[in-house]
Design a protein around this ligand. Structure first.
Ligand SMILES: [Cu+2]
Length: 406
């Protein structure tokens, strides 16, 4: 049986009986993590990095100290190679990224009957018109994740488009639900993934049905939905202006159609996130904390045990909590991952069309960009504009959201 033996000798499992990897399937049963039954095990659609944990420094990539914020990331393993995660000093993989649920009843597709309409005036007013043009997409950054398909750097030409200034907020998602009666996939499947520390201690014993074997901090919580993000009894009080979470790609598309818009292509998202800067790591430049100031909502502290919330937030934050980039766009990195329209492939950039690329024609998972409040330099340095990961279109978590384009 797979055991989580965290860097501190017991990790999450030792601290919380419910975050118990004994409940998870042995990794050997996850040879094909994209094909498993509901409520049994979940995959982590993430290319995590072996050798990054404390005690494994001998296997870690050499540490380069940039401005103290950039961590090395030379090795990682592919999503289809779960078994390798155990060969890493006997430790599970480390990653904060997106757990994926393959629902047993795949025929339960999102209700797409939300009639497309003209974008509401209020929503249009919160969009920024961008000129398009040519930009350099992707990165060859030496401490990036080449196996994610972050490179090669290539020139992309985009038509003009408009993009939401902010991720879609709970307030706007409520408008959508009120107008359409839409039920998200988390609501229809009955559960979603919640980060362990955000589940009230007193509720963990009853709420947590199972955890992700390779990332036991991800808990399956019945009743976790967009308007009850930590499970039954939780609410959005005080979080109206936070990005909506527990929305699948299908849910995001439904919202986009209702609002007369669509999801951004990855190229559009990255163009927007770069804010006109050329080949910078972040939407504001290359330094994570210019002048010591936090510019996005990510993890500080000892992942996944303790978030010091030095940036002010341990979970999601208001969409305008940090300054915008030069295009006036907020929350492009950190806070929540954002769904893009494209199918994911590590070969996307290599095979990409130069003009208005839309990604591969088919796939199993959709691109998500931007990183989240869980990303930490020692585990998942994906709060960079070129970073990318993916998740299956019907998966939802407490750290994935979206914005729309027109
Ligand atoms: Cu991450």
């Amino acid at each position: 049986m797979y055991r989580y033996t965290g860097a501190d000798g017991g990790g999450l499992a030792a601290r919380n009986a419910m975050i118990d990897s004994e409940n998870a399937l042995p990794i050997s049963k996850q040879a094909s993590p994209l094909h498993f039954g509901i409520r049994k095990s979940y995959s982590l659609l993430d290319r995590n990095r072996p050798g990054q944990a404390r005690g494994c420094r001998d296997r870690a990539a050499p540490v380069r100290v940039d401005d103290g914020d950039i961590s090395p990331s030379k090795s990682y393993y592919d999503r289809m190679s779960f078994s390798t995660s155990q060969s890493n000093c006997g430790e599970p993989s480390k990653g904060c990224c997106t757990p994926s649920a393959e629902h047993a009843d795949a025929s339960v597709a999102a209700t797409m009957d939300t009639t497309a309409r003209v974008c509401p005036t209020d929503l249009r007013a919160e969009m920024v018109d961008l000129p398009g043009g040519t930009f350099l997409m992707g990165t060859d950054y030496e401490f990036g994740f080449p196996d994610d398909g972050e490179g090669p750097v290539h020139a992309v030409n985009l038509k003009p488009f408009a993009i939401d200034r902010f991720p879609v907020t709970n307030r706007w998602f409520r408008e959508f639900v009120k107008a359409t009666g839409y039920r998200t996939e988390a609501e229809r499947f009955g559960w979603s993934f919640v980060f362990w520390a955000h589940i009230p201690t007193s509720k963990r014993a009853t709420f947590v049905e199972e955890t992700v074997s390779a990332a036991p901090w991800w808990c399956k919580v019945r009743g976790a939905t967009w308007d009850a993000p930590e499970g039954p009894g939780s609410s959005l009080k005080g979080r109206e202006e936070h990005p909506v979470v527990h929305v699948s790609w299908n849910d995001a598309v439904a919202f986009a159609r209702w609002s007369g818009r669509r999801l951004p292509t990855e190229a559009e998202w990255e163009f927007a996130a770069r804010g006109g800067l050329v080949q910078k790591l972040y939407p504001w430049g290359d330094k994570l904390r210019p002048s010591g100031q936090h510019r996005c909502n990510i993890w500080q502290g000892d992942f996944p045990h303790h978030d010091t919330a030095e940036d002010g937030y341990a979970g999601t934050c208001p969409v305008d909590a940090f300054p915008p980039n030069d295009y006036g766009l907020y929350s492009m990195t950190g806070n929540t991952w954002e769904w893009c329209a494209d199918w994911f492939s590590p070969e996307s950039h290599r095979l990409s069309a130069a003009d208005n690329p839309t990604g591969p024609a088919t796939g199993k998972a959709r691109v998500v960009k931007g990183g989240s409040f869980l990303c930490h330099k020692s585990y998942c340095n994906r709060y960079r504009v070129a970073a990318r990961t993916s998740n299956t279109p019907d998966s939802s978590t407490s750290h994935m959201s979206f914005r729309c384009v027109l």
